[in-house]
Design a binder for this molecule. Structure first.
Ligand SMILES: Nc1ncnc2c1ncn2[C@@H]1O[C@H](COP(=O)(O)OP(=O)(O)OP(=O)(O)O)[C@@H](O)[C@H]1O
Length: 242
């Protein structure tokens, strides 16, 4: 594992307040780092605060205490269903080129070349550039959403349940794609899932979260073979296949 750190989260507490309700604490003293080139898993039951943590890392949670320190430029998020984040009125080629129009000095021909390279890199053919998001399957949309992150130069990706909406065969393909891109490009991922089997197949290390707190953290093999916290044991026992 590299000593270089891409993200540090230090003693983070976060809060939500719905109108007329008391301020409610979601994340409780959360601290961890993501190293360059590693896949760090974050696992925990629904409602434990996984999405809140990912949103906080990207600056979408305003009411928090503690520190979030980014050591890479432009971290990007890949969501469970990217459909809502893909402009329905535009073709995939246009969508992929859009960040380059704003952030790159490349001319039209060079931008087109980058878009064509990227669509192939995520395992789709150039024909897909002429399609609309609605004309893609869930797995293909997920490939496009990974391509959007990479074309913006992001080398740290926060993937929030990226394969949870896909059936098992497609899950496997997207996981393999993410791993091969990670190896080729030295990417780092914070990979969020409620599925322990998926975490086991993808990740180098894992953080286990319960009620907004980290209860266990360690190398994947170590945590899965010798879980220390009763909650980790319970999660592992209820997920039989791994
Ligand atoms: N915008 C919000 N306003 C108020 N409370 C919220 C808001 N978003 C999340 N919460 C609360 O924060 C807690 C953590 O939610 P969060 O979505 O982070 O959990 P999660 O672990 O990602 O769950 P899931 O796996 O079901 O997506 C929950 O109790 C939820 O009700």
């Amino acid at each position: 594992m590299s000593d270089t750190v891409v993200l540090e989260v230090r003693h983070m507490n976060s809060f939500y307040k719905d109108p007329g309700q008391k301020r409610q604490q979601v994340l409780k003293d959360v601290s961890f780092v993501v190293h360059q080139g590693e896949i760090l898993g974050l696992v925990g039951e629904s409602g434990c605060g996984k999405s809140t943590l990912s949103k906080a890392i990207l600056g979408f949670v305003k009411d928090y205490e503690g520190e979030i320190i980014h050591h890479t430029k432009n971290p990007q998020m890949v969501f469970q269903d990217p459909f809502s984040s893909l402009n329905p009125g535009k073709k995939i080629g246009w969508i992929l080129e859009e960040p380059l129009r704003h952030n790159s000095r490349a001319g039209k021909a060079e931008r087109r070349q980058q878009v064509e390279n990227m669509i192939e890199r995520v395992g789709l053919t150039r024909d897909y550039l002429e399609r609309y998001p609605r004309e893609l399957s869930g797995g293909q949309r997920q490939r496009v959403s990974i391509a959007i992150s990479l074309i913006q130069g992001s080398r740290f990706i926060i993937a929030d349940e990226p394969v949870s909406a896909l059936d098992v065969t497609i899950q496997k393909q997207i996981m393999e794609l993410m791993i091969s891109l990670q190896e080729e490009m030295g990417l780092s991922y914070l990979f969020i899932s409620h599925d322990l089997n998926v975490i086991y197949q993808m990740c180098d290390r894992v953080i286990v979260m319960k009620d907004g707190q980290i209860v266990e953290e360690g190398e994947i093999e170590e945590v899965y073979s010798h879980p220390k916290h009763p909650y980790t044991k319970q999660l592992l026992e209820s997920s039989m296949e791994w």
